[in-house]
Design a protein around this ligand. Structure first.
Ligand SMILES: *Cc1c(COP(=O)(O)O)cnc(C)c1O
Length: 235
């Protein structure tokens, strides 16, 4: 039976937003995941696209439900939460997507299979020092706001070279579209796509719940999705 909810996905999401503090059920997550996979399918070569489920703020029980549905790449922003969850659920590819603190890099490099948020040159040498062999994404700033994590687009080529010379697996670029000024999301995603092509990188980590379809249009391979799959974050 075709579920009518699927046709009115945005209404469904809005309804969901009204019910806070409830753990999403397996059926809820499955429904949203199916919808998202369909939408990815319409816009991209599915085999290239990886869904990184952003689990920050969600309890381990919710992560286990998602794992039961076949999701195998989870992303976290904050060190404590990342570290606890990654130890509790070791048979998952863990992606660190938050700002790196130098004194945590050693620990993160032991638990992560990918780090999306390398944004300073010193972090490259720290990771090389720890012999990190996972996937490294260089984060690119969406505008010249210095407080934003990430490299200026002008230095990306140099950083790729430095990272590779250090023996790191620099596989792609990551970006978070600005919500306040700077490049618009399409401008920024286009820029990231161009940089990826210029440097012949394989992967592009861009697109979150609110803009993943746009990101796919510009060649995203790694969608970092939280709310779109798990619903609103519990408070
Ligand atoms: C929280 C977060 C996401 C996921 O956000 P949603 O809106 O839940 O999809 C993706 N990327 C980064 C860097 C984040 O901090």
């Amino acid at each position: 039976m075709e579920t009518p909810r699927r046709e009115t996905f945005s209404e469904y999401v809005l309804d969901e937003d009204k019910r806070h503090n409830e753990s999403p059920s397996l059926a809820d997550i499955q429904l949203r995941l199916d919808d998202i996979r369909e939408r990815i399918d319409r816009r991209a070569k599915v085999e290239m696209v990886r869904i990184v489920l952003v689990t920050k703020g969600f309890p381990v029980s919710t992560l286990m439900v998602a794992k039961g549905l076949g999701l195998r790449d989870f992303g976290e922003n904050y060190f404590q939460e990342f570290s606890q969850k990654a130890r509790l659920i070791p048979d998952i590819s863990w992606h660190f997507i938050g700002r790196l603190q130098r004194n945590k890099i050693s620990h993160i490099s032991l638990l992560a299979s990918a780090i999306h948020s390398v944004g300073r040159e010193v972090e490259l040498s720290d990771l090389a020092h720890k012999n990190f062999q996972g996937e490294v994404f260089l984060q690119v700033r969406s505008d010249d706001l210095q407080e934003r994590n990430g490299f200026d687009p002008a230095v990306v080529g140099g950083m790729i070279r430095i990272g590779r010379d250090l023996g790191l697996n620099i596989c792609g670029l990551m970006g978070v579209a600005s919500i306040s000024g700077g490049h618009s999301a399409p401008e920024f995603f286009r820029l990231l796509g161009k940089l990826r092509d210029t440097y012949g990188l394989e992967r592009l980590s861009m697109g979150m719940s609110s803009d993943f379809e746009l990101a796919l249009d510009y060649g995203a391979t790694d969608l970092r999705l939280g709310k779109a799959i798990l619903g609103p974050r519990p408070n």
